[in-house]
Design a protein around this ligand. Structure first.
Ligand code: SF4
Ligand code: SF4
Length: 378
């Protein structure tokens, strides 16, 4: 029986491991408040599952949505009569490589789902914070609905990546890096993320926090057993709950601040109805929120709601530093720096800090973990 409630509903369920039976029984419980899978998908509908495929990383690294979660959701949709497509646009690696290494091609092979390749964009005009055009993957026009299946992780630039930020993968390829250059401050960039979320409008968002990522996410953090799955029709409310249980100040999560600017539902806890586990049963008090969002800066951002003062503090975020002992000189950081401030000198990256916009794309894409962010070096 679906809930009819004026408050945004967020469901939380225990899920201790990535075993198909465990995931299936947790997902079934999790989706109950939303009418179950048959309340979400009608026979014959084409459904895009949008996992987090940030880069070509194996499931054990907790960078991407776990393939068992995607496989079980795929099978549930197929049982309900839906047709499943799986797609995302990774940051640096090709979509083909990310699908393969993350285990999504195994899901596709086992279930008969299809890969949806995000190549060509269609321009979607939005006018929420300001008028702008967002190049969304044209492939989305082929489906009837989008199910957003994110991974709960820390994020050096936006504090946390959960449900809202996951939808950014619907922006095609290199345009994502360009947006980092156009919007170098976290709040400005997060306004864009809210625009993308509102343009795509996933019908439901599910977060894989069975093993989340803490520390210096979203690529090089540490896997953290949380044993949770979360879901909501409202990705903002879902992120608000995720922030609460991992100990983030909501004022220091710029996507929540941007959502509040638009008066979107779900930014305040009293306006959220939590189903399944309670917030207290779900909290992870010692969650490591990472160097950029877990320290003094986060508390300062929480204290200053005015955008200009927030931007002033945001400009004091840590700078990226190369560890030459680990760097292999591959040049991926240079090739993905939106500000083009990295040069390779004797096979070691040299960053021109005068023009570094602290977007952390370099740190995110370095597969060696050779780029560090240190709060003491700004
Ligand atoms: S810092 Fe990382 S991405 Fe950059 S050259 Fe070294 S190994 Fe490659
Ligand atoms: S050096 Fe790194 S943090 Fe600085 S602009 Fe380039 S990618 Fe962004």
């Amino acid at each position: 029986m679906a809930v009819t409630e004026s408050r945004a509903v967020v469901a939380l369920e225990n899920c201790r491991r990535y075993h198909p039976h465990t995931i299936h029984s947790s997902l079934k419980q999790l989706l109950e408040p939303f009418g179950g899978i048959t309340g979400l998908v009608k026979p014959g509908q084409k459904v895009l599952l949008k996992p987090n495929l940030l880069s070509a990383a194996p499931p054990v690294e907790a960078v991407t949505t776990h393939p068992v979660v995607v496989k079980v959701i795929t099978e549930m949709i197929q049982e309900a009569g839906g047709r499943v497509y799986i797609g995302d646009s990774p940051g640096s690696d090709s979509q083909e490589k990310a699908l393969r290494v993350s285990g999504m091609y195994d899901v596709i092979e086992a279930t008969g789902a299809e890969a949806l390749i995000f190549n060509d964009p269609i321009d979607v005009e939005v006018n929420n914070f300001k008028k702008r055009v967002i190049p969304i993957a044209a492939a989305l026009e082929q489906v009837d609905l989008v199910i957003n299946v994110g991974k709960l992780k820390t994020h050096a630039f936006t504090g946390m990546t959960g449900a809202v930020k996951n939808v950014f993968g619907c922006v095609v390829g290199a345009r994502k890096a360009r947006f980092h250059f156009d919007y170098p401050l976290p709040l400005d960039f997060s306004r864009l993320l809210i625009d993308v979320y509102l343009a795509v409008q996933p019908s439901i968002s599910i977060l894989d926090a069975v093993i989340a990522m803490e520390g210096t996410g979203p690529r090089r953090g540490k896997p953290r057993q949380m044993g949770l799955l979360l879901a909501s029709h409202n990705a903002v409310a879902l992120d608000r709950v995720a922030a609460e249980i991992t100990g983030f100040y909501p004022e220091a999560i710029p996507t929540l601040v941007a959502a509040k600017e638009l008066n979107l539902a779900g930014t305040e806890l009293p306006a959220i109805l939590v189903k399944g586990l309670s917030l207290d049963e779900s909290r992870v008090p010692d969650f490591d929120r990472g160097p950029a969002a877990g320290g003094k800066l986060s508390r300062l951002l929480a204290m200053f709601p005015l955008a200009r003062i927030r931007d002033m503090f945001a400009a004091r975020r840590p700078l990226p530093h190369i560890n030459p002992q680990i760097c292999n000189g591959c040049g991926v950081c240079r090739d993905n720096c939106p500000a083009q401030v990295i040069e390779l000198k004797m096979s070691i990256p040299d960053i021109d800090y005068r023009d570094c916009i602290r977007c952390y794309c370099c740190q995110e894409f370095c597969a060696q973990g050779a780029i560090e962010l240190d709060n003491n070096k700004t």
